[in-house]
Design a protein. Sequence first.
Length: 181
Amino acid sequence: MSHHESAADDAQDLSQIREILFGRMHRDLMHQIEALESRLTQQLADLRQELHARSHDIENFAKNQFAAIDNQFNGERTERHSAVEGLLAEAARLAESITHRSQALENRLTNSESSLREHTQHQTTELRHSLQRQLDEVRQALDQTSSDLGQNKTDRGMLSELLHNLAEQVRGQENHHPGQA
């Protein structure tokens, strides 16, 4: 036997010993791995099928929600459109009412202005006549006073002396009663 043959025989013997010691465990492990792979493959297929079903359900749910939102939006748009038309009609009616009221107010204002102007002219005329009468009366009184002064011929010197005496009397009274006015 050569060295090569002996090594090959040793390897075969080692392989047989390994088969005896670990063969059954190895086969059981391989069986378990195959069973695990089979279960994983089945679970993966089930998961894909469930994912596909859920994806389909989500897609249907989303379509239904979008359809419901679209219907709601269209309904609200119709309501808003109706409301806007109602508001426009109301605004037109109010504008017409305001125009009529404005015209009536303008007519009343014009009439009031004319009446006030006439009343003011009448009052002004009466006031002018009254002032003219008072002016005439003041002129008459002034003329009468001037005439009286001319007739009495009051001497200015006498009047000056009289005022001077009066001022001294007032000063004298102030000196007798200091602190009293």
